[in-house]
Structures are given as structure tokens and as C-alpha cells.
Design a protein around this ligand. Structure first.
Ligand SMILES: [Zn+2]
Length: 93
């Protein structure tokens, strides 16, 4: 098993805080960004400063934008998805 991530500021190991976090990777689209790949990982946090990171991500995305059921897969997990606030909701497209 790889070494646990370390918070440089606090000099503490990160600890698992939430398993099964969905997140969207974006790609440039026009003047903004569009959903690109749907990923799944685990959230870890630092008990010193409270910063959070996502680790334990599979080598391949769960779904990609060109797949016919990409939008449905995202919508099913929309309330659980962590994404950059610049993304518009998938349902607005
Ligand atoms: Zn810290």
C-alpha cells in the first residue's frame, strides 16, 4: 500500500474522511468549461488545518463525455458530485 498523503503545513498524515466521492473533470468549451470525465475516489482530510484531498482514484474514469449514457450517469449522482463551481448543471445543457 502506498504511503499516506502528508500535509506539509501541519506535518500530519491525511486520514480518510469520506469514502466514495464522485467528481467531474472538465474540458475547455467555448469561453468556459464542460463536463469531461466522471471519476470516483475517497476524500481524506488533515486533522490539523482541515484541508481535504481526493485520493484512491481508479486509473480509468467511470464514464466519459462521448459515451451515450454519460449524462445519465452524471445525473444519477449529481447531488453527490464534487465539481468546480464554474460547471453548469448537466441538466442546463
Ligand atoms: Zn494540515
Amino acid at each position: 500500500m502506498p504511503m499516506k498523503p502528508i500535509c506539509v503545513t501541519c506535518k500530519l498524515f491525511y486520514r480518510p474522511s469520506r469514502n466514495g466521492v464522485w467528481f467531474l473533470e472538465g474540458m475547455p468549451s467555448g469561453a468556459g468549461w464542460a463536463p469531461y470525465k466522471l471519476w470516483h475516489g475517497d476524500e481524506w482530510s488533515c486533522r490539523g488545518c482541515g484541508s481535504t484531498i481526493i485520493v484512491g482514484v481508479a486509473p480509468q474514469p467511470f464514464s466519459e463525455h462521448f459515451e451515450p449514457d454519460f449524462k445519465r450517469k452524471v445525473e444519477l449522482r449529481l447531488e453527490q458530485i464534487w465539481s468546480n463551481p464554474i460547471f453548469k448543471s448537466m441538466t442546463e445543457q
